[in-house]
Design a protein around this ligand. Sequence first.
Ligand code: MN
Length: 292
Amino acid sequence: MQRVDLLLNSMPHSTTSTLSSNQEHLVIGDLHGCIDELKQLLVQNGFIIDAEGLIQTTTESENRTIILLGDFIDKGSHEKLAETIEFLYHNYHYMNRSQKRLYLVLGNHEKMIYRYVTNDPRLEITPEKLEEKRKYYNTATLLESDSDLRAKFLELYDQTYIWLHYRHSDQFSVMLTHAPCPVKHLGESDEDSIKKMVKCASRSKNRGLKLDDLLSYIHQEAEDTQHYHIFGHLSQPNIRQYKNKICIDTSAIYGDDLSAVLIKGNTLSFHSTPFQHKQPAATQEYNVLFDF
Ligand SMILES: [Mn+2]
């Protein structure tokens, strides 16, 4: 993680992670290689994908940015994962040519793939870890066999944000991170806080425990205000909201929906598009958040 650590430490978060309240922001949940669904969701929200695969705006979207909330890789087919990285790479350069219009937030999958493809010496190589790599981090073998794609991924990785913040007024703001995390870590730049904004306690390592018990701080810290915390990471059957806490990972790669929230002035609106079955769906058992 040396590359990103250096970058993060030198990044003035308070200025670079601020989203303009004069723009609208389309925030999209965990993609996991659901590139066809991403294109559909963009079209549903006023963008056009041209013949070269570049994202064009219309009068509806000319003042709109696109924010991917982390985990754009892994779990999908190699073909769709490659298509996703190519699409994001080309559009990252295209959309951001004169002003920032496409943002990437760091997810735990990008972080883990970075460690695999840069041969992080702290990664253990045990049979269990190899099985985990095969099962959950299938982008690693793809990038290990394609140096051009690997270079594109690393370039995107270096551009990721740990958090982004939108402030409309004293009454309305939105904090964006990949994973839910305790409020005290939000927007902080110490190593522990950065880790927590990217990944929370693992469901797979705490099987049998209800998500609301495992991550009890989420509902305990929730408030009836319009200072929202929007996150993904916890694949859910639908958008889950409790007071000011909102999860928009609606399990696209598991065959459900790809979802987004549109931030416009002091409003939030939700948009979803169904899985198109252009690749096999992954399987999971739901562990539902805010299921009281
Ligand atoms: Mn995640």
